[in-house]
Write a protein that binds this ligand. Structure first.
Ligand SMILES: Cc1cc2nc3c(=O)[nH]c(=O)nc-3n(C[C@H](O)[C@H](O)[C@H](O)COP(=O)(O)OP(=O)(O)OC[C@H]3O[C@@H](n4cnc5c(N)ncnc54)[C@H](O)[C@@H]3O)c2cc1C
Length: 551
């Protein structure tokens, strides 16, 4: 019988724990030891904001699996409070420091898996270590925030960072009754979205009472005599706070790997191959510590998400067990809820396509109902779909709304992974009953609109060119809608009068047609095109142009 393989895993949460459990299912003979410097393994980091907000009541609810369970069910040894401080690649050993005693010891490995995650970014801003400034990564972090709230009963919180952790903390603090100011350095919230898609989210949470400060960076935290804080920003503003949450991003924990001379990549993470192997064939790395290929653009990036970390853990386990399984890259499928609005995205956004130098893309906007309009309770979902102009391949999708956002983005995510085109979306057979969807589901509609564009049935105009264009702007909404607000210079012929009045329009000048959401303008464009006019449609209607997305 061959000797059993000794597999040591550093980091016992999403990537590490899933690797350990999967490896045991594939290889009963391996000796598996899981190390984590914290007091827990396999806890739900994604639940932490909701534990702070007391939606999740008990700490124990966050524990997906205990060390005892790993030992008993899977014969996996777990060592918590055990910080792995160095790797000796030549001897194939790691050095472990017991956090509580300070003692160190060495352990030999045949295979080492690095899954240490990513740590919150904490830039050297004056006052950043002041009391009352919290980060959120671990259960102890969340307990510190809960204790602060219980003991100090803060009334005003500043959340720094408008990514998904910042937004989730904003929701939970607001629901606990705190007045929240959310400060973001970029001109938009939630970077996985393009700016115009983040706009409705911003407006919505402002309506719910959150003060959103965009395009402004924190320059200092000052402690006041009464024990509170003042958050100073680049624009010269001062925001008083009884508590600050710092959520300005994470960076891969690469110190161990770097010291051991493993190859790091251009996005700052450990570089691995498709089977999660590092530049050392005996060392694998998974999760937030690695960099990955963007599945759409092929660019290396850092994508700290739980789904990819779990999948990578499984793939590393398969490779260690001698199986052939390859990682497909990350398409960045994310979702975030904040105070009643949901925003989600998958694949590339327009910003990323541009950064990657991709020019072969087109975009459409649509604002369909979450389910059939005749059944009560439908809410609009605002969707942006990006696809290849050449072959119609779906490149990315973003959606914002109150309900039904998740299942549409999941459908787009599968389409992207499978290399589907907008013609496939058009034909996708999706479940429908009036309370769930529509016979033409928003996913089908997105495909139909995009396919219309590619077939030449619906030439598109670009909203960003509207100030410069010489085209005649034609608004086909009803006169009441037109008079309440319209694009400067647009004339109005309502859709219902177009068949009688189309001769008023010029044939020697391009016409850009718009309505409220893009439906009537599509009808108008089809009618005019078939009557010999040169027409382009402004996709998504005037609510796309003004970002007035009703939620
Ligand atoms: C508050 C919060 C909310 C989130 N919400 C979502 C969400 O809704 N959806 C989503 O997709 N993702 C979410 N994420 C991200 C997701 O949790 C991570 O992408 C995922 O956990 C990464 O898994 P990992 O195994 O790489 O690292 P982690 O889960 O961070 O685990 C790394 C572990 O390694 C330990 N460790 C590090 N270095 C050492 C060392 N030298 N020795 C021993 N142990 C070490 C750490 O203590 C840690 O326990 C959230 C993250 C946070 C913090």
């Amino acid at each position: 019988m061959s000797e059993s393989k000794r597999v040591l895993i550093v980091g016992g949460v999403a990537g590490g724990a899933s690797c350990a459990a999967r490896l045991r299912r594939l290889d009963e003979s391996a000796e598996i030891v899981l190390f984590d410097r914290g007091p827990f393994v396999s806890f739900a980091n994604c639940g932490l904001p909701y534990y702070v907000g007391k939606v999740i009541k008990e700490e124990s609810d966050l524990l997906v699996a205990s060390p005892e369970m790993f030992e008993k069910n899977f014969n996996i040894a777990v060592r918590t409070h055990s910080d792995v401080v160095s790797i000796d690649r030549e001897k194939q050993e790691i050095e472990v420091k017991e956090v509580q005693s300070g003692n160190t010891y060495r352990e030999r490995y045949d295979v080492l898996v690095l899954a240490p995650g990513a740590s919150p970014v904490k830039p050297p801003i004056p006052g950043i270590d002041s009391l009352g400034i919290h980060i959120l990564r671990t259960i102890p972090d969340s307990n510190r925030i809960r204790e602060w709230i219980e003991e100090k009963t803060p009334e005003r919180a500043v959340v720094v960072g408008g990514g998904f952790i910042g937004l989730e903390m904003t929701e939970n603090l607001a629901n606990l009754g705190l007045k929240v100011t959310l400060i973001e350095m970029l001109p938009q919230l939630l970077p996985p979205l393009d700016p115009e898609m983040a706009e409705p989210l911003t407006r919505h949470i402002e309506k719910k009472g959150v003060a959103v400060e965009l395009d402004d960076a924190v320059t200092a935290f000052e402690e006041t005599d009464d024990g509170s804080l003042v958050v100073k920003t680049k624009s010269g503003r001062s925001h008083p706070a009884d508590q600050v949450i710092l959520a300005i991003g994470v960076k891969p924990e690469t110190a161990l790997a770097k010291a051991a001379g493993l190859e790091l990549g251009e996005a700052g993470g450990i570089r691995v191959d498709n089977s999660m192997r590092t530049s050392d064939p005996n060392i694998f790395a998974v999760g937030d510590v690695i960099e990955v290929r963007d599945g759409v653009t092929g660019v290396w990036c850092h994508a700290p998400l739980a789904g990819p970390a779990n999948r990578q853990g499984r793939i590393a386990a398969a490779s260690i067990a001698g199986r052939d399984m390859t990682f497909r890259g990350v398409q960045g499928t994310t979702i975030c809820g904040c105070l009643g609005v949901t925003a989600a995205a998958t694949g590339a956004n327009e910003k990323r396509l541009r950064q990657a130098g991709v020019t072969d893309y087109e975009k459409v906007y649509l604002h369909p109902g979450s389910h059939a309009g005749y059944y009560p309770g439908a809410k609009r979902i605002h969707i942006k779909l990006l696809f290849s102009k050449t072959d119609g391949k779906v490149l990315g999708a973003q959606a914002v709304g109150e309900t039904g956002v998740d299942k549409r983005i999941d459908a787009f995510a599968i389409a992207i992974q499978g290399g589907a085109t907008v013609f496939d979306l058009e034909e996708a057979e999706l479940c429908y009953a009036p309370q769930y969807g529509a016979a033409k589901d928003p996913v089908n509609l997105a495909g139909m609109i995009a396919a219309n564009v590619l077939r030449g049935d619906l030439p598109l105009a670009d909203w960003s060119q509207i100030e410069e264009t010489d085209a005649l702007l034609l608004d086909v909404r009803d006169p009441k809608e037109y008079h309440s607000d319209h694009i400067d210079g647009a004339i109005n012929i309502p859709m219902f009068e177009l068949r009688k009045r189309f001769e008023e329009l010029p044939k020697d000048r391009e016409i850009w047609v718009n309505c409220a959401i893009g439906q009537r303008s599509y009808y108008a464009a089809r009618f005019l095109l078939q009557n010999g006019f040169r027409v382009r449609e402004l996709s998504g209607g005037i609510i796309t142009y003004w970002g007035h997305y009703p939620i």
